[in-house]
Write a protein that binds this ligand. Structure first.
Ligand SMILES: *Cc1c(COP(=O)(O)O)cnc(C)c1O
Length: 494
């Protein structure tokens, strides 16, 4: 099992792909062929725990990791890190309508599913490729990814993590989540500026030769926890296969039955993982790709033209406010049967003109597999209310976008195949919008009061990690200008 780049043929191992993160040609690493589930394997996996399923599935992709190494990764990531020890429970809220809850990890959002295991996959990869070296994870965050990366990397041997966030650009709760982070290897720092300043600062540091030498002298190296790393994609394949196994186990479907998958989409990582599961043999009929008002992907699926020359909106589902969906490059590569020259030229067009059009042959395949739709904030809130009133199920703003688009899909197509809808955040993570949607006042008070009101109104408990924030101590009070980010890193690593 080898990996290649989406832009230029090469052949590298899984651990090298994970250690490198991105290919030197700017392309993303993809499996050169997909491992297949063997006949009867889904039924066999249905009898196992999530951890055992994870081990079996990862083993198919990460063939240069030993069984012991993979066990170490899976144990470290999933043992005791998720509430009730089921990382991805499935809730059937109406017949055939299954919500896959991906937010039972330490930060209450789906990034935990990958960022809990990435540090282990990465440190094992480093040990294989450059033994003894410390990996320094550098993150610029607009909120959620920073906290999920901190929780994942905190106290993982062989790693350090430095997170920069815009001092005025994150919510009070997000700030509190980051500045109270424990761990001997973590550093968190506010930037005097906005998210772009933080992001640009981090990019400059990655390219700064002097800082690279400074790290080299200490046997350290920068890496990124960015969602383009295959080490973040692989763990996401697990829960699609696992949820299918749960449906089998509970007698909701029979072996071989098809399901649909609906995903609230931003960077295209989560839905791509579902597509990968299908390439392995999971019977998925249609991928329902749901966007918010930033509907670049639903336009793409409708027209075959990807065009980022459009207004950017901030919405109630901020983790999907995105105009460049990086992982789409991987899908194009697979739909084009590995034509890396075509992918490279499309990405060049995107860089130069902000748009590209895919050839008809690929467009045909895209439309066959994917359905795209979007909804605005008003429809999102109406969907939250409707789910709550009709199914007694409280969902967050991102999940609601997927439910809304799924319902439109059923209306348009009359397709009532059982569906797995990815639920990407706890409703408490976006409590003000969710509380307003079900008729409360989400605007009036501080974050904790809003969560309490949501709990009263919905009869659901506040997730422990969010409730605990009230009692936790602020440990990180640094704030620097964007010019001083490099110096901050040096002082932390000295
Ligand atoms: C990151 C995120 C998404 C988007 O997932 P992609 O893999 O980037 O498409 C959706 N919802 C939430 C809550 C997220 O944090």
């Amino acid at each position: 099992m080898f990996f290649t780049s989406t832009r230029k043929n090469c052949e590298i191992t899984a651990s090298a792909a994970i250690a490198k993160g991105i290919s030197d040609d700017g392309g993303l690493f993809v499996p050169s062929a997909f491992p297949r589930l063997f006949p009867g394997e889904l039924e066999a996996l249905a009898k196992l725990s999530y951890k055992e399923r994870a081990f079996r599935i990862l083993q198919k992709f990460l063939t240069d990791y030993s069984a012991d190494e993979l066990k170490y990764c899976v144990e470290g990531a999933y043992e005791g890190r998720f509430d009730n020890n089921d990382p991805a429970p499935l809730q059937e809220i109406a017949p055939g309508m299954n919500i896959l809850e991906l937010w039972h990890g330490p930060t209450c959002a789906f990034k935990d599913m990958a960022l809990q295991i990435l540090p282990y996959l990465l440190t094992v990869a480093t040990r294989k490729n450059c033994p003894g070296r410390t990996t320094v994870i550098l993150v610029a965050t607009s909120g959620d990814t920073g906290k999920a990366a901190l929780e994942g990397f905190a106290d993982v041997p062989g790693t350090r993590i430095v997170v920069f966030f815009p001092g005025d650009g994150v919510s009070d709760m997000q700030k509190l989540q980051m500045t109270t982070q424990k761990g001997a290897n973590v550093a968190v720092c506010a930037i005097e500026g906005n998210f772009d300043d933080a992001q640009t600062g981090v990019k400059n540091i990655f390219a700064d030769k002097k800082i690279a030498e400074y790290l080299e002298a200490r046997n350290m190296e920068f890496s990124s926890a960015n969602s383009i790393n295959f080490g973040r994609l692989a763990p996401q394949i697990i829960y699609y296969i696992s949820s299918y196994c749960d449906l089998l186990k509970n007698g909701k479907i029979a072996a071989g039955d098809a399901v649909n998958v609906a995903v609230p989409t931003g960077n295209f990582g989560n839905i791509l993982a579902a597509y990968y599961a299908k390439q392995m043999g999971l019977p998925v009929k249609r991928f329902i790709c749901a966007s918010n008002r930033n509907n670049i992907l639903s336009d793409f699926i409708a027209t075959g033209i990807y065009d980022r020359n459009r207004e950017f909106y901030t919405t109630d589902s901020p983790s999907m406010d995105i105009l460049i969906s990086s992982n789409l490059e991987r899908l194009l590569y697979h739909l084009a049967d590995g034509d890396c020259e075509l992918v490279a030229s499309l990405m060049q067009e995107l860089k130069e003109n902000g748009k590209y059009r895919i050839p008809d042959s690929i467009f045909g395949k895209l439309k066959q597999e994917f359905y795209g739709g979007f909804c605005d904030d008003e429809e999102t809130r109406r969907t939250i209310k409707c789910c709550f009133d009709k199914y007694n199920y409280l969902c967050d703003t991102h999940t609601a976008v997927a439910v809304n688009v799924y319902q439109r899909y059923v209306k348009d197509n009359g397709d009532t195949t059982p569906v797995i809808i990815a639920s990407t955040a706890s409703p408490y993570k976006f409590a003000p919008a969710v509380l307003s949607a079900i008729g409360g006042n989400g605007m009036e008070s501080d974050g904790f009061t809003v969560m309490e009101k949501l709990s009263e109104a919905s009869g659901t408990p506040i997730p422990a990690p969010l409730a605990a924030l009230r009692e936790s101590t602020v440990l990180h009070k640094n704030s620097v200008s964007k010019e001083a980010m490099g110096e901050f890193i040096k002082s932390v690593l000295a």
